[in-house]
Design a protein around this ligand. Structure first.
Ligand code: FPP
Length: 244
């Protein structure tokens, strides 16, 4: 078996695109007798640690599921708290991201977000657009099925207008009409907290991804856990190589 290619002093080349379903904030708080908000707050700290670790490890794309389309159904107070954390993150963290060469992007249905958050997103995306060290994508008000429906609608409009033949609709045409049009598909999808579901996250894009499910709750996630997941990913790749 050939040794894994190395580019970084620390070890094998990491996956190009890692996507994470951050789960377990509520359980983390409950186990400590704290309100769920406390779990989300610690979850935001885990986001900071993970972004920094991913950048240092040479990951090119990190996509985090920060708020799903279904999360709007949570109690109003919790939605307000989560939006407040996102607002704080966008206000305070973008300077650090920019300094570290990180590009920030947001995917999801912006029409449901508060206008001030949309403005913060637009400003953050514009400010960091030139950065190339790592692309951090936050999935906000995001749903994979809704994203595919939207792509189908856009293609239908093209067909109805006579600009596109139905036969010309192929996988590439769908991909081009997703939020992630110019990003590579995720190589590795991680979900924390022991749950083993995809929960409407990057449904189309993760068709060939490796999935790693970790028992750790999201607020306890950090560099070690990211390294462990990447290690698992590399072991699987080697196994496929040997049997393939
Ligand atoms: C799952 O925990 C997590 C979320 C609903 C969203 C993730 C949000 C954060 C990490 C905080 C803010 C994010 C940013 C980018 C600043 P859960 O509430 O579903 O946990 P449970 O399943 O244990 O109840």
């Amino acid at each position: 078996m050939e040794p894994a290619a190395t580019s970084h002093a620390e070890g094998p080349v990491p996956p190009v695109h890692i996507a994470i379903i951050m789960d377990g904030n509520g359980r983390w708080a409950k186990a400590r007798g704290l309100p769920r908000t406390a779990g989300h707050k610690r979850g935001a700290e885990a986001v900071r640690r993970t972004v920094e670790a991913a950048r240092e490890m040479g990951v090119s794309y990190l996509t985090l599921y920060a708020f799903s389309s279904e999360n709007w159904k949570r109690p109003a107070g919790e939605v307000t708290d989560l939006m407040g954390l996102l607002r704080l993150y966008l206000r305070n963290e973008v300077k650090v991201l920019h300094k570290n060469g990180i590009r920030l992007r947001v995917i999801g249905d912006r029409s449901r977000l508060g206008p001030d958050i949309v403005t913060l997103i637009e400003e953050s995306e514009a400010k960091t657009a030139v950065n190339g060290a790592l692309t951090l994508t936050l999935a906000l008000s995001y749903g994979g099925r809704q994203e595919i429906v939207e792509a189908a609608r856009r293609l239908a409009v093209e067909v109805a207008a006579g600009r596109l033949a139905p036969d010309a609709i192929d996988e590439a045409a769908i991909s081009r009409n997703l939020f992630t049009a110019d990003m590579p598909d995720p190589d590795l999808v991680i979900r924390t907290s022991g749950e083993k579901r995809i929960s409407n996250f990057l449904l189309w894009q993760s068709a060939y991804a490796e999935f790693v499910f970790l028992d750790v709750l999201w607020p306890d996630f950090g560099r070690d856990e990211l390294e462990a997941a990447i290690g698992d990913f590399h072991r699987r790749e080697r196994r496929y190589g040997a049997s393939g």
